[in-house]
Design a binder for this molecule. Structure first.
Ligand code: BG6
Length: 475
């Protein structure tokens, strides 16, 4: 369906940072190249560097887009010249924000924009609140058009700071103006969870405690912490991955059928799941931290040897949690959430294990394989599904074994769009369906804050393994 979008100024704070370079700027170029960004729209990069000018930033953007795989440099250059600008705000004093306001007003006049503004905060979390306040004090939240605020995770560090962040936001913006990005919600395969569950009648009747034995949500990464020690040391695996990405996967898997495919209805059902999760028991959590090891045949250093990490750091790079969603549908079905850095393979999957038949006609003692049916929803890579069945082994004997049936996204559809492309278009359109509501962030922090505030042993695991063996034992 063609979308009707209004032109806007897209102002990116942190425009020279990693997220902008790797994700936002290439996605905006792609949107433009596919004629999805309305004409007249412009991008204003905002950064600390006051010595950079429009020309300097355009060079950065050109490089970022080329690095993302676009080869037509003349076309990118033309695009940059026509719609990309830069404003340095030094250390972000109110005087700098007044200058920013003047710049925005003059660009709006030049491009005949009516005041639709997107402020995208691609900046470190400690800068969220001061930036939001300065935007408000400079009255940049008021214009003749609409204003939208885009915030990247993490939304706070625990329940208290999340409440505080929301309060700061609400001084200047309403919830309807806020787009909290959890990029997992922009992934095609994550959105497809909704299509899979609510577009097919086949699975709904078995999607419950009667038929399902357990659900595992795994986000395994080969990557270490790259050059993000400063952020990661204060964050760790629970804040970085579980509180947001894995919890989104959990709510989409466990939620009830929403009344309609609308932001409010979906968010409401997701929050209900979070409210029904029982407090997490200490014995149901295993933390780990990678030590030196081997990945893909190469030696890799341990977390303590990473640049910028304290040699005695207790920051967890792995976590596994067992949870109970205590509602009528799921009571008694354990949900396991696992994620870790420097694991053996990059793999994000939701694994649904069904109950075995109540009476085993085909017994293991008679040479049968007695596996339960398993549905694997592969989020990445090799996006798709596979489901295992018991089938008869060909031959004169009546013996069964397990086989897989596959669906592959790339075979069916070819390449799929990047998460940010989808999400930035949704911001332009004003559709909050794939964004995290304030209620969700608070309900999620309420669940995890006690875990963060409890002392847990951090078990070591070698890089390139599947995590500490204590996690295997958590059943
Ligand atoms: C980010 C985390 O939110 O998600 C990173 O901060 C992590 O630590 C990344 O590597 C994983 O995202 P993806 O899309 O590669 O699974």
């Amino acid at each position: 369906m063609a979308r009707k979008l209004e032109p806007a100024i897209i102002a990116i704070f942190g425009a020279t940072g990693d997220l902008s370079n790797r994700m936002l700027l290439p996605a905006l170029y792609e949107m433009s190249a596919q004629h999805q960004l309305p004409d007249q729209s412009i991008i204003l990069g905002i950064g600390r560097n006051k010595n950079k000018n429009d020309a300097g930033f355009r060079k950065d953007v050109q490089q970022a887009v080329e690095k993302a795989g676009v080869s037509d440099s003349a076309k990118i250059g033309k695009w940059c010249d026509s719609m990309v600008y830069y404003q340095g705000i030094d250390n972000g004093t109110q005087a700098e924000f007044s200058k920013l306001r003047s710049r925005i007003l003059s660009l709006e006049k030049k491009h005949k924009l009516k005041g639709n503004r997107i402020f995208h905060l691609a900046i470190p979390p400690p800068s969220f609140e001061p930036t939001i306040k300065s935007l408000g004090v400079a009255e940049l939240n008021k214009s003749g058009g609409w204003t939208r605020l885009v915030i990247e995770k993490p939304f706070g560090r625990d329940l208290k700071t999340a409440i505080q962040l929301n309060e700061t936001i609400y001084q200047y913006f309403s919830e309807a103006q806020v787009y909290r990005i959890d990029h997992y919600l922009g992934k095609e395969t994550v959105q497809n969870l909704l299509a899979f569950r609510f577009g097919n009648s086949l699975f709904e009747s078995v999607w419950n405690r009667e038929k399902i034995e357990k659900i595992e949500i795994n986000v395994d990464e080969e990557l270490g912490i790259e050059s993000r020690a400063d952020y990661y040391e204060k964050s760790g695996a629970l804040r970085d991955m579980v509180q947001n990405h894995l919890t989104q996967l959990l709510t989409l898997t466990a939620m009830e059928i929403p009344l309609a495919f609308k932001a409010d209805e979906l968010r409401f059902e997701k929050v209900k799941v979070l409210h029904s999760i029982a407090p997490i028991k200490d014995e149901d959590v295993v933390f780990g931290q990678y030590g030196p090891g081997e990945l893909g045949g190469n030696g890799v250093r341990g977390y303590h040897q990473e640049e910028g990490v304290r040699r005695d750091s207790k920051t967890p790079t792995f976590v596994k949690i067992k949870m109970s969603v205590d509602n009528w549908r799921w009571h008694g079905v354990p949900f396991y959430l696992t994620t870790g850095k420097r694991l053996k393979e990059r793999k994000s999957e939701i694994v649904v294990t069904f109950r075995c038949p109540p009476v085993a006609l085909f017994k293991a003692t008679d040479g049968n394989e007695t596996h339960p049916n398993v549905l694997v929803i592969a989020i990445q890579p090799n996006e798709g599904f596979r489901i295992s069945f018991q089938v008869k082994k060909p031959g004169t004997e009546m013996a069964v074994q397990s086989e897989w049936m596959h669906f592959s996204y790339s075979e069916a559809f070819g390449p799929i769009p990047e998460a940010y492309h989808t999400l930035l278009l949704d911001v332009m359109e004003g559709d909050q369906t794939l964004f995290v509501s304030a209620d969700e962030t608070l309900a999620s922090w309420k669940l995890y804050t006690p875990v963060l505030h409890t002392h847990h042993t951090i078990y070591p695991y070698p890089a390139g393994s599947w995590g500490p063996e204590q996690a295997e034992a958590l059943k």
